[in-house]
Write a protein that binds this ligand. Sequence first.
Ligand code: RB5
Length: 151
Amino acid sequence: MSSSFDLSKPIAIGSDHAGFDYKVELIKWLNQKGLQVQDMGVYENKSVDYPDYAHPVATSVEKSESAFGILLCGTGNGVCMTANKHQNIRAAMCWESDVAKLVRQHNDANIICLPARFIALEFAKSLIEIFIETGFEGGRHARRVDKIACA
Ligand code: RB5
């Protein structure tokens, strides 16, 4: 699999209860592809608060301890809002193939956020594949990305 991410590092993944079943399946699938995954919870299907799992994934990506991040919750929005509070995190909601591609090409997204209650598991896998395989275009997009951070 070709990628501009450093896949010698693990992929950080986290979810709340709404994303738990998909997370289990995605970890198996990523491992079958030969990719290392660091599971940051939740570790059982019980009702939890999504920020408790989104923050560790964002911190891992922020510190370059992981290649990139995958976050799941019911709508994808709770984990996305949480992750984007971290400096240098560009967490992107993905629900369409072209969106998964464009958030890499134009926004250099480093966390993919998936709405587990609104997309099929196989489609989630295809979005992750697109996210991994698409590179940042740089140029005018780099100038815009450089303006995202608050001082
Ligand atoms: C949990 O019921 C749900 O609120 C959560 O998974 C997520 O959709 C929040 O953004």
